[in-house]
Design a protein around this ligand. Structure first.
Ligand code: F6P
Length: 370
């Protein structure tokens, strides 16, 4: 298939938002305009194309210099995003009233062509990059940019958004030390991260947690209680427990708030409350829970996230200009490199148990409840 020269590119942000999205968009737009290309943003993932009539101003947002002025430091995404309406698993109501998941990716590629869009830069996590890969396989020139506070994407040392989430979680946990100590309480802090423990691990170590519970190491609550008791014996009458939302007890399951319905994914949450209640029973101490939740996704990006976001955005445009399609930009310090999209979505990047970060935590005396 011959690929037409690039004159007009589209940008899409999909899945949960992450600090740094606007910085990526700004870098893409300026780098594209500097090459004489036109740039548009698709609203709300791909809804701006798939459901264009639902947008009074149109589902595509023209992106000129003015549209991206002063947005590097802003959280969220000016394009909007969604973790519903995945075009590969689009919920469609059949004649019998049943909702079934339907693959609309071929229709989406046709819509790109019909709207005169020559290429796509897809900014997203595993779900959005799987969509990008499907569109790429159908012949659309696509470059992916790895986004997620969870840092669970393979093939890149880090995703943008992660540093901001860790930074904020660390600050919150720092603040809990004094109140935990004053009241001689256990403080359990639940953080996001889905099926990976990166945020809990990094923030927990940085903020001197006593216990860190991550999905990669199923915990035995009695071991956690022992850690609290050991601290008591040493005259430390409070304990800080950081629990990743995906943490699970040995032989047990994850805490799920809502099962994934058609076209959606399951929502995790509640492990902090369970751990706190069990520790109260086992230790006889008072315990409180703080769920940081979406606070970790809000606010402006740290300077680290701003920089890698700008580097990722510019590198994505360079990839298109060089005719490198079906790739994801990835951080491999000191460089940003290109990896096949297909490789980036093959597996989830979880915390390696023999990695030096876990070993560091153990050397510092932090318990994983194992
Ligand atoms: O993937 C990012 C993330 O914030 C996860 O850490 C969390 O489990 C999920 O998204 C929450 O999604 P929602 O915004 O739909 O509640």
């Amino acid at each position: 298939m011959t690929i037409p020269p690039i004159r007009r590119i589209a940008v899409s942000t999909g899945g949960g938002d992450a600090p740094g999205l606007n910085a990526v968009i700004r870098a893409i737009v300026l780098s594209a305009l500097n090459r004489g290309w036109e740039c548009v943003g698709i609203r709300d993932g791909y809804n701006g194309l798939l459901a264009a009539t639902e947008y009074p101003g149109g589902g595509l947002m023209p992106l000129d210099r003015n549209a991206v002025r002063g947005i590097t430091h802003l959280g969220g995404t000016i394009l909007g995003t969604t973790n519903r309406g995945n075009p590969l698993r689009f919920p469609v109501t059949g004649a019998d009233g049943n909702v079934v998941e339907t693959d609309r990716s071929a229709e989406l590629v046709d819509l790109f062509r019909a709207r005169g869009l020559d290429a796509l830069i897809a900014i997203g996590g595993d779900g959005s990059l799987a969509i990008a890969q499907a569109l790429s396989q159908k012949g659309l020139p696509v470059v992916g940019v790895p986004k997620t506070i969870d840092n669970d994407l393979d093939q890149t040392v880090v995703t943008f958004g992660f540093d901001t989430a860790v930074h904020f979680a660390t600050e919150c946990i720092d603040r809990l030390h004094s109140t935990a100590e004053s009241h001689r309480r256990i403080l359990v802090v639940e953080v996001m991260g889905r099926y990976a423990g990166w945020i809990a691990l990094h923030a927990g170590i940085a903020a001197s947690a006593d216990v860190i519970l991550i999905p990669e190491i199923p915990y035995d609550i009695r071991r956690v209680a022992e850690k609290v008791a050991e601290r008591e014996r040493k005259g430390r009458f409070f304990s800080i427990v950081v629990a990743a939302e995906g943490a699970l007890p040995l032989g047990g399951g994850r805490s799920v708030v809502q099962e994934g319905a058609v076209g959606t994914v399951e929502r995790l949450g509640g492990v902090g409350q369970k751990v706190s209640a069990a520790l109260e029973t086992l230790t006889g101490k008072e315990s409180r829970v703080v769920v940081l939740g979406h606070l970790l996704r809000g606010g402006g990006p740290t300077s680290h996230d701003r920089l890698i976001s700008l580097r990722f955005g510019a590198a994505a445009v360079r990839a298109l200009a060089e005719g490198r399609f079906g790739v994801m930009v990835a951080l491999d310090p000191p460089l940003v490199k290109y990896v096949p999209l297909e490789a980036s979505i093959r597996r989830m990047k979880t915390v390696p148990l023999d990695g030096d970060t876990v070993l560091t935590a153990r050397d510092l005396g932090i318990s994983f409840g194992d």
